[in-house]
Ligand binder design. Structure first.
Ligand SMILES: [Zn+2]
Length: 485
């Protein structure tokens, strides 16, 4: 009889210990990027080129297989493809492929679930419209699902571990390190010298490098990425005030302290417009040449250098906005939304641009990094209906957002700038266990509806005309209005 509760206490103790541990520090991984491998002689780099051709082909085979498989990718599975690579390299390729496939599958699944939820939402609105006899908002289109393409590895890139690439400290003074890379020629590893720039040396001084390395080739040059871990003690006090952070289109960031940071408008929007026009012209030309029977490898490329440049610029601006926001709230606990590719896409739909969508996702990543680096407390919360929920009566309705900038509750009349309201709602959701336990968007909606019903009961309201609450009309006018209908 006594055994079970005792074990429970042990388990609890362990859990408490884990929690306490989690709260005192956080381990972050710093990447040391842009190390050019230019000191190696061309013969060595040729050998590396040959290796990467075989490596990339094998990795691609596994990526395709892992993405198409019914079950989740297993990097420890039995190898199945033929290759000239060693068993160790084979395993490294499988591990890299499993990583790529895993994130692709997760993102695709989330996007598909988001699509199903949108579809259910749409069906509900349609049924409602049919029942009431009023036409459905013509702006609302039935959501469509486009199947995702399996990732294609274009940039030669190797995520290696110490089984195939070893970083050795150089004994002589000319170089800083040697990379010992297992090659296709068994027993004859490649030894590639590494010379660090002084800022690289400063960054890693006194650090222990991780054994994993990344090698990639871009525009004919091989690059190395090293990394090291750092334990950052948590600085935030437990009573640190919470600040909600909303990620949006008009401003990158809006906080519940009523501040805004960064914007897609202005210079960036103009650049983006130019880039889109350029791409459209290119696509037209491509289609035209294709019709004439020009082979596909001779067609102009669809990726654009200006687009890539713009993407980099957007990310820089995002980093700047995040850093400014953090600086203004150093003593706060940052609460932001769990953003995934799918929800980002729906957020950016207003802009009808994948560029924004792909870069919006960079904002939460940057918040996570910037807060972890400083030992600040930061938490993600569920974002479902955070833009539509009324903070006072919990009513969820699209109509609560008459336009992009405004939140105005159709039941209780609560009014606030829309992004600030969303930031407040996110802050409120931290510590809301009931909401955190919701499995999907539908469950969130059901919970909020329940809260709304409770609010109505408490306030003795059954049906309330929003206009009455707002006091825009006098009551006699409203009653005649109702009587006439
Ligand atoms: Zn309300």
């Amino acid at each position: 009889m006594r055994k079970t509760p005792e074990r429970a206490t042990e388990e609890e103790k362990k859990q408490r210990k884990r929690k306490r541990k989690k709260k005192t520090k956080q381990t972050i991984t710093h990447a040391v990027t842009h190390i050019r491998l230019i000191e190696a002689n061309p013969g060595k780099l040729d050998a590396l080129d040959q290796l990467v051709v075989a490596y990339l082909a094998l990795t691609q085979q596994y990526v395709t297989r892992f993405c198409e498989a019914e079950t989740s990718p297993d990097k420890f599975a039995v190898p199945i493809f033929e290759t000239e690579l060693s068993d160790r390299w084979h395993r490294v390729a499988m591990q890299q492929a499993a990583g790529i496939a895993k994130s692709w599958r997760t993102n695709r699944q989330k996007a598909y679930e988001a699509y199903l939820e949108e579809m259910a939402d749409y069906a509900e609105a349609k049924a409602k419209a049919e029942a009431s006899g009023a036409p459905l908002d013509p702006k609302r289109k039935e959501p469509e699902w486009g199947e995702w393409k399996i990732p294609e590895l274009r940039v030669p890139s190797i995520q290696a571990n110490a089984n195939v690439v070893v970083v050795e400290k150089a004994e002589d003074s000319t170089f800083d390190y040697w990379l010992r890379i297992s090659s296709l020629d068994k027993g004859n590893p490649l030894r590639v010298p590494v010379k660090l720039a002084s800022y690289h040396q400063q960054t890693i001084a006194g650090r222990t490098l991780n054994t994993s390395t990344t090698l990639h080739k871009r525009k004919g040059i091989w690059w190395l990425t090293l990394s090291f871990d750092e334990d950052v003690p948590l600085q935030s006090a437990s009573e640190a005030p919470k600040v909600g952070v909303d990620v949006g289109i008009v401003h990158f960031i809006t906080t519940s302290t009523n501040k805004e940071y960064g914007s897609f408008h202005g210079k960036m929007a103009r650049q983006h417009k130019r880039d889109r026009e350029k791409r459209r012209r290119k696509a037209k030309l491509r289609a035209c040449l294709e019709k004439k029977g020009v082979p596909s490898e001779q067609l102009p490329s669809t990726s654009s250098a200006t687009g890539q440049r713009l993407g980099r610029f957007v990310r820089q601006e995002i980093n700047r906005a995040v850093n400014e926001m953090i600086k203004d709230h150093l003593n706060a606990r940052i609460i932001y939304e769990e953003l995934n590719v799918a929800s980002v896409r729906f957020k950016a739909r207003a802009m009808n641009s994948y560029l924004y969508a792909s870069n919006l996702g960079h904002i939460p990543e940057q918040i996570a990094w910037a807060t972890a680096k400083r030992g600040m407390a930061a938490h993600t919360v569920k974002a479902a209906y955070s833009s539509q929920e009324c903070p006072r009566c919990h009513c969820v309705d699209r109509a609560n957002r008459p336009n992009q900038q405004t939140f105005c509750c159709v039941v209780c009349g609560y009014q606030e700038q829309a992004d600030r309201k969303a930031a407040h709602t996110l802050a409120d959701r931290w510590g809301d266990r009931e909401l955190a336990a919701c499995r999907d968007k539908k469950a969130v909606k059901a919970l909020l509806l329940k809260r709304h019903e409770n609010w109505k009961q408490k306030n003795g309201l059954v049906v309330v005309q929003p206009a009455v609450q707002l006091g825009l009309w006098d009551l006699s006018q409203t009653s005649t209005d109702v009587a006439e209908r």
